[in-house]
Design a protein around this ligand. Structure first.
Ligand code: RTP
Length: 154
C-alpha cells in the first residue's frame, strides 16, 4: 500500500526504426508488461533529424553521432513511457547492453546482433528519464490510472 501511495518512477523507452521494421513492437511491449510495469504513454512517429539530435544531445561529440541521428530519424519509432518501482534501472536490465555482450534473456541479447542496430532505447537515469519524457511527450499525453492487477504486484 505504501508503495502505491508513493509517486511511481517513470522511464522513457523507444523502439527504434530497426525494431519497428522487424516486427518487434509487441515482443518488446510484452516483456515490460508481463514484468509488471505499467504503460502510461505510447505513440508512433518518425522523428525529424533535428529531433533525433535533441534526443541524443549528450552524444554530440561522439564520432557516431550523425549516423545515430540519421538512423533514429530513418523511420517510425514507437515512443513509450513506462511506470513502476525501479523501472529506470530494471528497464535497462530488460534491455541489456551491447548486443554482443548482453545475456540471452535480455531484449538486445535475444533480438539484436550489432551495437548500431540495437532495437531499443531506454533512459539511463532519473535525470535523462525526466528530460526524455518531456522531449517526446506533452503532459496531457500521459495517463495516470489505477491498475487493479497492481495489488498482486505491490
Ligand atoms: P541507449 O542510450 O540507446 O539505450 O544505448 P546505450 O546507453 O546502451 O548506449 P550509448 O552509449 O548511450 O549510445 C547510444 C546509442 O548509440 C549507438 N551507438 N553506436 N560505435 C557505434 O557505432 C555506436 N556506439 C553507440 C547505439 O545505438 C546506442 O544505443
Amino acid at each position: 500500500q505504501e508503495v502505491l501511495a508513493a509517486e511511481m518512477e517513470r522511464t522513457f523507452i523507444a523502439i527504434k526504426p530497426d525494431g519497428v521494421q522487424r516486427g518487434l513492437i509487441s515482443e518488446i511491449i510484452t516483456r515490460f508488461e508481463r514484468k509488471g510495469f505499467k504503460l502510461v504513454g505510447i505513440k508512433i512517429m518518425v522523428p525529424s533529424n533535428g529531433f533525433a539530435q535533441k534526443h541524443y544531445h549528450g552524444l554530440k561529440e561522439r564520432p557516431f553521432f550523425n549516423g545515430l541521428c540519421n538512423f533514429l530519424s530513418s523511420g517510425p519509432v514507437v515512443a513509450m513511457v513506462w511506470e513502476g518501482e525501479g523501472v529506470i534501472r530494471y528497464g535497462r536490465k530488460l534491455i541489456g547492453t551491447d548486443p554482443q555482450k548482453s545475456e540471452p534473456g535480455t531484449i538486445r541479447g535475444d533480438l539484436a546482433v550489432v551495437l548500431g542496430r540495437n532495437v531499443i532505447h531506454g533512459s539511463d537515469g532519473p535525470e535523462t528519464a525526466k528530460d526524455e519524457i518531456s522531449l517526446w511527450f506533452k503532459p496531457e499525453e500521459l495517463v495516470s490510472y489505477t491498475n487493479n492487477a497492481e495489488k498482486w504486484i505491490y
